[in-house]
Write a protein that binds this ligand. Sequence first.
Ligand SMILES: [Zn+2]
Length: 217
Amino acid sequence: MTAPLPAAQLRTRVRVPLRFPDGYATTAVVSSFHGLVDGREHLALALGEPAAVPLVRLHSECLTGDVFGSQRCDCGPQLREAVERITVAGGHLLYLRQEGRGIGLYDKLDAYALQDTGLDTYEANIALGHQPDERDYTAAAQMLHALGVPALSLLSNNPDKAAQLTRLGLTVAEQVPTGVHVSPANVTYLSAKARRGHDGLHRAALLADGTSEVPAG
Ligand SMILES: [Zn+2]
């Protein structure tokens, strides 16, 4: 058995109207927390009407993709899609401050530089002394408990997220796949993610999309 999850408490809840560059607009109730285990300033955005089993997305921060529209990954389109789908279904977007699969912003940029020499995203992380994926969802589980969400529908292509949440005492009633957002600049990254990683559903989506034949690196 794992140790019991320390309880987190809601700190502040505040309404924030959102508008995306394509004009899509919605309103989030943004929550902050006391007592998150990693001490980081994670946010929960409640969107849409409350649902019995809310749709939840765990989105790990990606400054380059979320803010600047970087084409090296699919984080920006994933975030945009999640906000709209959760607004329709009712649920929560957890914005987790674990940049670059948990390795941090500067190391993510170092990894990009290594990728430009021919390594894929996983090899580059290992070359920098990191695990391929250092994301941890313990704080996310604390946030969901604090929000009064014992069971959820998880918007993700990544089975590791569902497995971690289940180990942390949440009930993942359903896993809902996201779209795959392929661009010329991110197809290598997405192919490596499908081939190497935890994103089994992503692999299936890429195969369905016919893009899995693109060579990595
Ligand atoms: Zn990204």
